[in-house]
Design a protein around this ligand. Sequence first.
Ligand code: ATP
Length: 371
Amino acid sequence: MAKIELKNVTKCFGDVIAVNNVSIEIYDREFLVMLGPSGCGKTTTLRAIAGLEDIDAGNILIDENSINDLSPADRNISFVFQFYALYPHLTVFDNIAFPLKASRVEKTEVERRVLEVAETLQIDASLNQKPKQLSGGEMQRVALGRAMVRRPKAFLMDEPMSNLDAKLRIQMRSELKRLQKKIETTTVFVTHDQIEAMSMADRIVVMHQGEIQQIDPPQKIYNQPKNLFVAQFIGSPAMNLLECVLESKSGELVLSLLHTECSFTLSEAITQKMMQKHKLSKIIFGIRPEHVTLSKTPIDCQIETNVHLVEYLGAAKIIDVILGENNQTHSPVFFKSRVHSSFQVSVGEPVWINFEERAIHIFDQESQEAI
Ligand code: ATP
């Protein structure tokens, strides 16, 4: 069990700033997931915690003590590599015992600790089997057992499931989350897969170009993205984004979508909030596909458009429409709506789109920050 803190950590490789002034407090027993596109600095951050990279600036602490000068072996942290990286010629017992034997731990103590870990992971009945006789879930537990047997303060995992097929990955996600809660060991897990992050994390750290964009529980990351990067990165299909002009007309804030003729008046509550914080004219308007409703007849103030593409996903359909096809000044944009699969519509058919004010996101075009 351990609390890990990164304080203003920076790591460069020549001219590349891989990790830029990163500060994170990882709580004791937390399952923290680092998420971001390739090259954003996730692995370098993880390797810095493990002591596999020297940092150029900042401080890394475990339980309030700086570990900057400790070697990887003295940090008492286990790096869990790919879950299938087991020794095929060794039994489950010997696979788990391997790190202890390498450290010349006494034989009876090795036996005691391997049995203890195997019982916790419920693989004690398989101790004499070889990896090829195990299911995917059992192999994952053996790999974790090998990391646990050293009794580390924390686990670091770098895309451990990347080589598994899609079905097994889904199974492993829930198994790993269940195990982490059972063994109560602080875990930092790196992935570029947002579904993996959303489904397993207590909190997600979203990184981009070496910098932290947001640290929050999955629900908050999804519902209240702090900036345009997070808003676009999280969610599939991605959030619809449109340039807008915000104008004050007779004391009311009016949002005009540039790609259509449509303008709508914002409620007083949102107007007050925006007026207090910012004096903005150009903003980005965002709405998630599941919050865009479609109807086949015009009701209330809605935007008329045509269906461009229908993707059938089983329980749902993703409908692509085009906004501003006839607009002379702005190029048209695609807008996606996620609807129930029972909604029958064909390509080319006219539809009217609408959304509720409480579901919209507004971003400052210049700073890219959420308002
Ligand atoms: P990926 O998901 O592709 O592994 P990542 O988010 O883990 O990406 P890092 O591997 O931490 O990103 O890399 C961050 C940046 O640092 C990248 O620009 C990468 O090219 C660079 N980098 C990482 N390790 C080295 C190294 N040993 N030498 C030079 N540059 C490196």
